[in-house]
Write a protein that binds this ligand. Structure first.
Ligand code: PBG
Length: 331
């Protein structure tokens, strides 16, 4: 019988689990994951977040239990979203956020790493990420930056390990770094939401944080968040934040913007964090609910894609499951 050659076959590397494990170029580790936490001052009991199975907005006391469970599951790094009960236009009070951080640090010390999200959208009556002018037609950059720097120093004093500004105003990284250093908090890092796009996919988050824009003035966040149509702006803004002193750069949403992650990776030696945002996560939940994807495998596939694109850190609502899921991942 004539021998048949398949000289270009690649299937030898796909033959079984052993060879697939050996030749995988992406290796996931739960150590790279950050779990978001919502803590809402206005609730007495944990509240489910619409669209995110398995994620609740916590009270200041139940968040401690959530953290304890996460630690047991192998997740030790958190991104905290404090949601104060009182909404205002200025003169914000950050005492709820600082009290929550103090209590987390008192209970868990250095067993946990806490990045505090720094934004005003859960503080403002109008739901925008900063201070607006009188007729609500504009976000006032310098006033917002001043308030955010004060907020940053207060959460640093309370014990936050990292500050994560998500407001997208100009000059905030320099201002925050300068304010932190002036008080001796030079080892508190800044994880900048450096490439944060104006996106449809923040829906469940805005439900959790009461932070959807709701004024007759500025209707959306397009004057400060990036346009999905402008990839150069994402690179320029990220490199600017790096120059201003950001320690970690972030791309958000992540799953739809892996091209940005890959491009940024070519331009920076700083670690890149990819935030798989609430709407992206909820999309998987919705498919899984209908039996159309395997929830666990779908999240693993997303994490693989983000890592392949070049991200070093993944922020996921399932970070608390990362260890278990990665350990038993089928190659
Ligand atoms: C606040 C903020 C948002 C998210 C993180 N910080 C929402 C927004 O900008 O409207 C979104 C996170 C998510 O959807 O998971 N500025």
């Amino acid at each position: 019988m004539e021998k048949i050659f398949y000289p270009l076959t690649q299937r030898r590397l796909r033959t079984d689990t052993h060879i697939r494990e050996l030749t995988a170029s992406v290796k996931l580790s739960h150590k790279s994951f950050i779990q978001p936490l919502f803590v809402d001052e206005a609730i007495a009991e944990p509240r489910p977040v619409n669209g995110l199975a398995d994620v609740e907005a916590d009270t200041a006391s139940t968040v401690l239990k959530t953290i304890e469970r996460s630690i047991k599951g192998g997740a030790t790094k958190f991104l905290l979203f404090p949601v104060p009960a009182e909404k205002k236009e200025s003169n914000f009070n950050f005492s709820f956020a600082t009290a929550v951080i103090r209590s987390i640090k008192k209970n868990f010390g250095n067993d946990v790493w806490i990045a505090s999200d720094l934004c005003l959208c859960s503080y403002t009556t109008h739901g925008h990420c900063g201070i607006l002018n009188d007729d609500h037609s504009k976000l006032v950059n310098h006033k917002t930056v001043d308030v955010l720097s004060t907020y940053a120093t207060q959460v640093a004093v309370a014990g936050a390990d990292s500050i994560a500004p998500s407001d997208m105003t100009d000059g905030r990284i320099t201002a925050i770094r300068t304010a932190l250093d002036a008080l001796g908090y030079d080892t508190v890092s800044i994880m900048s939401y450096s490439a944060k796009f104006s996106s449809q996919f923040y829906g469940p988050f805005r439900d959790a944080c009461h932070s959807a824009p709701n004024t007759n003035g500025l209707k959306n966040r397009k004057t400060y968040q990036l346009s999905p149509l402008n990839s150069n702006d994402a690179i320029v803004s990220s490199l600017r934040d790096e120059k201003e002193g950001a320690d970690i750069l972030m791309v958000k949403p992540a799953g739809l913007y892996t091209d940005i992650i890959a491009r940024l990776k070519q331009q920076t030696l700083k670690p890149i964090a990819a935030y798989h945002v609430s709407g992206e996560f909820a999309a998987i939940e919705a498919l899984a609910e209908k039996g159309l994807v395997n929830r666990e495998a779908a999240n693993l596939e997303v994490w693989t894609a983000l890592t392949r694109a070049g991200s070093d850190i993944i922020i996921s609502y399932a970070a608390k499951n990362a260890k278990e899921w990665i350990d038993k991942m089928e190659y």
